[in-house]
Design a protein around this ligand. Structure first.
Ligand SMILES: [Zn+2]
Length: 222
């Protein structure tokens, strides 16, 4: 019998599911951030000896992590992140509210100290289809940011470009979360993910002294 290709593929990947978004020239970005450009500067189709790509992008493009340095002058840079912030058990919590992640909605989950929490919101299904930046997206309420900082979670993830809202509390929420020493993953796509317990692996690239860095985010069921 011929081997089942999809099964073989699955076992090679050991159950890991990619929850990062593909990086592409011109993809949605935070207003004011430089546009991402991915250019093939050598191209074998044009007779060059090799294919060679040049990348120009903001450290906060697509799926990425924020370091405390992003909003704290003396905060840790991304290359000083403890690896445990990006590797280990994580919980995917589904948020039904169309505007905010609220304390009322997350309280029943009894979030504990040291947890890694990924919020699956309405953003995952709707926001990434659009090439342009969407100003309205589900984000943390200021009260929820305070609640998570009191809970002393280790890492939080969200499925669009910011944990705070564009027209409102973006600075406030980042200040609260990053001051509390919580590491942040932004730009996830959780549309295929059923809420529950997972193992997370989303190491950011080792950008020396930087306030954030792109990462490839993977989860698998535990
Ligand atoms: Zn960021």
């Amino acid at each position: 019998m011929a081997p089942n290709k999809s099964k073989k593929h699955q076992s090679q990947d050991s159950g890991w599911i990619d929850i990062s978004v593909p990086l592409k020239s011109g993809m949605a970005r935070w207003p004011g951030d430089p546009e991402i450009r991915i250019t093939r500067i050598n191209d074998m189709d044009r007779g060059d000896d090799d294919n060679l790509t040049h990348i120009s992008m903001c450290a906060h493009t697509g799926t990425h992590m924020d370091a405390p340095l992003h909003f704290r002058k003396s905060g840790k840079p991304i290359d000083k992140m403890p690896l445990s912030a990006a590797i280990g058990k994580a919980r995917v919590i589904e948020i039904r509210d169309k505007e905010f992640i609220t304390v009322d909605e997350i309280r029943p989950y009894r979030i504990r100290i040291g947890e890694r929490i990924l919020f699956k919101t309405k953003n995952s299904n709707k926001r990434w289809d659009n090439k342009a930046f969407m100003k309205k997206f589900v984000h943390l309420s200021t009260e929820a940011a305070l609640y998570l900082s009191e809970r002393k979670v280790q890492t939080i993830g969200i499925d669009y470009l910011s944990i705070g809202g564009y027209d409102g509390n973006v600075i406030e929420v980042h200040n609260i979360i990053l001051k509390a020493g919580i590491w942040v993953i932004e730009g996830l796509n959780l549309s295929r993910i059923v809420p529950g317990d997972y193992e997370l692996n989303c190491l950011p690239i080792k950008l020396s002294g930087a306030d954030g860095a792109p990462c490839r985010a993977l989860i698998r069921k535990v």
